[in-house]
Design a protein around this ligand. Structure first.
Ligand code: DX5
Ligand code: ZN
Length: 220
């Protein structure tokens, strides 16, 4: 039987002036991980926050912190984020030259290691890293902003990643990120996703708890 799906609310869309309360609300409603979107204004055209916010999140929840680095030169910051409390660190394939080295370093520092690909990057780019990662993140919007609409060919990519996992006898989780809401969540699970990130559809809704519970019920 398939394991339980994981819901990872992204605090990018949260009211950061009430971070503790916002995290508590999704945690009490059954969310599984907290997704932290790190943007540097270079890899993506937006700047969000760094390790000090991850550390603040760490101090208010026991849930795993899933750190998504949308930054150039992620190698320079791995230790900072893991010391701040990241349980998993995901780097972009497009931002890293020596991906094997980066993945090993994340693991050596004691975190789970993930690799993300943009909507225009083919799944074939993951062929030779598949067996070394704990997580593969398929971007279903172009990274940089919350609240964008879901790019539907991401579902085909999820299916391809699931095939890759099987073919390589790998055992990473498949995560999807961008535009996940009550209409896209179920198709994403059916395509083979294990982890769903959701920002806007949870934190910008008028009832954060109800939105979290609704998504959990949909993904099962
Ligand atoms: C996009 C980020 C996503 C984003 C998802 O660049 O990586 O994690 O917060 O937000 P929604 O759910 O609003 O698309
Ligand atoms: Zn993200």
């Amino acid at each position: 039987m398939k394991h339980k799906s994981i819901l990872a609310p992204s605090i990018l869309a949260a009211d950061l002036s009430n971070l503790a309360q916002q995290i508590r609300m999704v945690e009490l409603s059954g969310a599984n991980w907290i997704h932290c979107d790190i943007m540097d204004g270079h890899f993506v055209p937006n700047i969000t926050f760094g390790p000090i916010i991850v550390k603040a999140a760490r101090s208010v929840t026991k849930l795993p912190l899933d750190v998504h680095l949308m930054i150039e030169n992620p190698d320079d910051y791995l230790e900072d984020f893991i010391k701040a409390g990241a349980n998993s660190v995901t780097v972009h394939e497009e931002a890293v030259i020596h991906l094997n080295r980066t993945i090993s370093e994340i693991k050596n520092l004691g975190a789970k290691a993930g690799v993300a690909i943009n909507p225009s990057t083919p799944v074939s780019a993951l062929e030779d890293i598949a067996e070394y990662v704990d997580l593969v993140l398929i971007m279903s919007v172009n990274p940089g902003f919350g609240g964008q609409s879901f790019i539907s060919n991401s579902l085909r990519k999820v299916t391809e990643v699931a095939e890759l996992r099987k073919r390589r006898n790998a055992n990473f989780l498949i995560e999807i990120d961008g535009g996940i809401d009550t209409t896209t969540a179920r198709p994403a699970i059916d395509a083979g996703c294990d982890v769903l990130v959701a920002g806007t559809s949870i934190f910008k809704s008028n009832n954060i708890s109800a939105a979290t519970i609704e998504l959990i019920n949909i993904i099962g």
